[in-house]
Design a protein around this ligand. Structure first.
Ligand SMILES: [Ca+2]
Ligand SMILES: [Ca+2]
Ligand SMILES: [Ca+2]
Length: 396
């Protein structure tokens, strides 16, 4: 062995010794029963082609980092903490390559406590409080109401009961969350969701899961939510608050089945804003309905697996609250119709490649100017937007 090699080997051995010594020294508080670290990174090329007055095409190279820990505490209590990249939006953790490599921020993406008491052998129940993972049952088509990145700040409850005999389970979820607090008002703005559903095992190894939900917003017309960004679609008052009222009924179903050895998921979500017409400030065309429906074939979750999907989406002006709906459908929000398709492949269990396209147009191209309602710049909807996203995602 050459002397330099011997020195290198010695150094490596020393490093290894010190690393294991460090691990020996790692002390966890006695309150921690177990701790799990997990995260994901995603590299994306995000290209938008826009037609319409004042609209520019856009190409963004972007990344997403999320890193978190699940800390198991005594008494069936867990603390869940996740930090993420982004620009502080409620609907995205994307960060564009930008500003000559100026340093980019980390945000509190999730911070909540979850209590999972043992109630019964056939039941699981969970209570959550904080800035939490959305407790409502959602599938891909649900992003017409809730962007997948949206983490409510409030209280969540979940209960699922399994009946082995009829191969049926019933579930219920609740959410009570603060939308905004302002020093100028003694009253916070809130939203409340209730969801009730079931899952039934069917012949041929198929399953049907179906749920109805109602999402009611409270004091939504009082002032803006202070949100960043304001997404396209809803009518707004001059003070930036929503013009319509919102009580959104939602029905979501997923039928999971097989074609040979290929898993197949048929999904549909229907929504109607039942309170849209009850605000006297708002006159003009009623735009309160929406749906998203489609199919996912395959599942790119483990090494060598493919998936392909197609969805049609239609969301009228005040069908739901635009600021929490999916941010990728055109520029996000409502008053939009279009097609969504993707293909994904997992070369490894922890690695996924995906190409996803959106072809969209505004539903109401002459966005209504209503007495007392001032359309903002964000409501210039005379535009078609097509978008292509190429992703490489790694989970660890
Ligand atoms: Ca999003
Ligand atoms: Ca505020
Ligand atoms: Ca407010």
């Amino acid at each position: 062995m050459k002397p330099t090699r011997a020195v290198l080997a010695g150094l490596l051995a020393l490093t290894a010794v010190s690393a294991s010594a460090q691990l020996d020294k790692l002390k966890l508080s006695e309150t921690i029963q177990s701790i799990k670290f997990a995260g994901d990174v995603r590299l994306r090329n995000d290209v938008s082609a826009k037609r319409g007055a004042g609209q520019n095409n856009r190409g963004r190279l972007r990344y997403r980092l999320r890193f978190g820990s699940e800390i198991e505490l005594p008494e069936s209590l867990t603390a869940l903490i996740r930090l993420a990249s982004g620009t502080g939006e409620q609907v995205s953790t994307n960060q564009s390559y930008d500003n000559l490599s100026a340093q980019k921020a980390l945000w509190i993406d999730q911070m909540f406590l979850r209590w999972k008491p043992m109630l019964h052998d056939d039941a699981t129940a969970a209570l959550a409080a904080g800035r939490m993972q959305n407790p409502l049952w959602r599938v891909y088509s649900s992003d017409i109401v809730w962007d997948d990145d949206f983490n409510p700040e409030g209280f969540g409850e979940s209960l699922e009961w399994v009946f082995a005999g009829p191969e049926l389970s019933l579930f219920a979820n609740g959410l009570q969350a603060v939308a905004d607090e302002d020093s100028s008002s003694g009253k916070n703005q809130w939203y409340f969701s209730q969801q009730l559903g079931f899952e039934k095992t069917l012949p041929l190894d198929s399953r049907l899961r179906l749920a109805g939900a109602y999402h009611k917003w409270s004091d939504e017309n009082r002032s803006s939510f202070g949100q960043a960004p304001v997404q396209d679609g809803n009518r707004r008052l001059a003070n930036g608050s929503l013009a319509a009222r919102f009580g959104v009924g939602e029905a979501t179903a997923q039928l999971s089945s097989w074609i040979g050895s290929v898993p197949l998921a048929l999904q549909a979500t229907l929504i109607r804003n039942f309170r849209q017409v009850r605000n006297d400030n708002v006159r003009g065309p009623v735009g309160r309905d929406g749906y998203q429906a489609g199919v996912i074939a395959g599942a790119a979750k483990t090494r060598g697996q493919w998936e392909a999907a197609y969805f049609k989406k239609y969301s009228q002006i005040d069908a739901t609250v635009a600021d929490v709906a999916d941010s990728d459908f055109a520029d996000g929000g409502t008053n939009r119709v279009g097609h969504i398709a993707w293909i994904a492949y997992a070369p490894r269990d922890w690695l996924q490649l995906k190409v996803k396209g959106f072809v969209t147009d505004a539903i109401d191209r002459s966005f209504p100017t209503v007495a007392g309602v001032t359309p903002s710049a964000a409501t210039n909807l005379d535009k078609a937007v097509n978008r292509l996203q190429m992703d490489m995602s790694i989970k660890f």
